[in-house]
Design a protein around this ligand. Structure first.
Ligand code: FRU
Length: 508
């Protein structure tokens, strides 16, 4: 009897495994398990950093580090997607392939309005991509070298030509010399390149994108140095009539909640040198899954950043099948005062509102435990959830599925911090660093208690305190979360919870 039931159990396991993988293989790509419904992900294969973001003639271009030969990191190409609204993305053909100079690593793109590069045609300026060519140890038998190269397009980014004079910036023994982000510096009428060099930044300038002159370096003994600096960005903000520069520096490892993360410095840039107004590290996002973010160029007064929604600790191992990894939602950056400091805030772009379905509003919830949206109308993901926790010393929300996997997040009274705990959220054995509880401080002297959550099939983004406290986290439940519950301390009152189902960007 015992034997038979063991056989039966094995048979059931085999057939259910078989039917699950069969089901995965026959599902349309956008319905695959864990497939993001409000975030960009490629239909197939590997993605890491966002690259070459430029807005031009009504189109947001998003290029990205891509390996079309598999679902793990490999020889890098630039994939390409476009959007008219920062919400819906159309995947385009691959635009840059590895060549004899190396793999195509991260970089940026600009609209060369005045045709300083001479790549333009018919009196029109070209789009120019400035990227790192990476000579991989597998090609050179040991050493790895990196240098900067150009490609240009005269047909709205549809086709690209690599510049015959590549590379345009090199130096001897140039390992960890990469990720050029280029901006037009109007007062000096020149291009400025911000480059990550080991665990520092170097600035270069150029009249034409082809000839580069070293200007200065930045970062020694400033900020966090737990790993190598990557994917920097130099962004100007107008704040109360004053120009303030922000230097964004991605760092791996060494982030506050482990692995990859994004720090930034506020300061002044005079066309040659960046001087920070503080020495302490400041973090853009305290969750583990927002990395390599940089901003779109040519967006006028808007500063819009998109990040890679993963972490080098486990990006190659997360349990998706036909593709691996995705981007965060695009976020609008601004400067906000917090006590006597000025800090960088990020909030989801308002364009995402167009995905909102009918809201459900709950007011003045006082019970210690409330099942929100109970069966038979379970929560449908993706969803936007807005909480007004004004006056509450603590609260938490728990998303769960029928097999008892739970994602918990909330505000912790003892530490005065927000937290997300994914230790029981679903699959995590693929990497020892994945399961865990992460927390994020609050910065304002009198912080607002409104919290916005964007919850997708396998990610959550938390924005609190007007975008000063941000957390981005992945999770992989064995079936989608369908319930969620609010827990409050005795006598506590949650002013409101607004729950809005979001339409999938793939079908609406
Ligand atoms: C950051 C990064 C970049 C590099 C690229 C390679 O995630 O390591 O520094 O250009 O990824 O794919």
């Amino acid at each position: 009897m015992k034997k038979i039931s063991i056989y039966l159990a094995i048979l059931t396991a085999i057939t259910s495994h078989y039917s699950t993988s069969l089901a995965q293989d026959t599902l349309p790509w956008h319905q695959e398990p864990y497939r993001p419904q409000i975030h960009f992900s490629p239909k197939k294969h590997w993605v890491n950093d966002p690259n070459g973001m430029v807005y031009h003639n009504g189109v947001y271009h998003l290029f990205y580090q891509h390996y079309p030969g598999g679902t793990t990191w490999g020889p890098m190409h630039w994939g390409h997607a476009t959007s008219k609204d920062l919400v819906h993305w159309e995947e385009q053909s691959i635009k840059l392939y590895p060549d004899t100079l190396g793999f195509i690593f991260s970089g940026s793109a600009v609209y060369d309005r005045n045709n300083t590069s001479g790549f333009g045609r018919d009196g029109k300026g070209p789009l120019v991509a400035i990227f790192t060519h990476h000579v991989d140890p597998s090609q050179t038998g040991g050493k790895n070298f990196q240098y900067q190269s150009l490609a240009y397009s005269n047909d709205e980014g549809k086709t690209w030509t690599k510049y015959a004079g590549n590379p345009v910036l090199r130096k001897p023994e140039s390992t960890d010399f990469r990720d050029p982000k280029v901006l037009w510096y109007e007062p000096g009428k020149k291009w400025i390149m911000t480059l990550a060099v080991k665990d520092q930044i170097e600035f270069y300038s150029s009249p034409d994108l082809k000839n580069w002159k070293y200007e200065s370096e930045f970062g020694k003994n400033l900020g966090a140095h737990g790993g190598v600096w990557e994917c920097p960005d130099l962004v100007a903000f107008d704040y109360n009539g004053k120009k303030i520069w922000v230097l964004i520096v991605n760092l791996n490892p060494g982030a506050p909640n482990g692995g990859s993360g994004t720090q930034y410095f506020l300061g002044d840039f005079d066309g040659s040198r960046f001087v920070a107004s503080h020495t302490d590290p400041r973090w853009m996002d305290f969750g583990p899954d927002n990395y390599a973010g940089i901003t779109w160029s040519n967006t006028g007064d808007r500063r819009i950043l998109i990040g890679w929604m993963s972490n080098w600790n486990y990006a190659n191992e997360v349990p998706t099948k036909n593709w691996r990894n995705a981007m965060t939602v695009p976020r609008e950056l601004s400067l906000q005062a917090a006590g006597d400091k000025l800090l960088l805030a990020s909030r989801p772009v308002p364009e995402l509102k167009r995905l909102e379905g009918k809201p459900r509003l709950y007011r003045n919830i006082g019970a210690p435990e409330t099942e929100l949206l109970p069966s038979p109308a379970p929560i449908q993901l993706p969803a936007l959830i807005e909480l007004d926790a004004t006056g509450l010393s603590a609260w938490n929300l728990v998303f769960s599925n029928e097999v008892g996997e739970e994602l918990e997040l909330g505000f912790d009274k003892a530490s005065g911090q927000y937290y997300i705990d994914r230790s029981r959220s679903g699959a995590s054995s693929f990497h020892k660093e994945f399961a865990g509880r992460h927390s994020a401080p609050v910065f304002s002297a009198t912080p607002g208690r409104k919290v916005t959550l964007l919850v997708d099939q396998s990610s959550i983004e938390l924005f609190a305190d007007k975008g000063l406290t941000v957390m981005t986290e992945l999770f992989f439940p064995s079936s989608p979360y369908s319930r969620f519950r609010l827990n409050l301390p005795a006598g506590g009152n949650m002013k409101s919870v607004r729950v809005v189902s979001l339409r999938s960007i793939h079908t609406h």
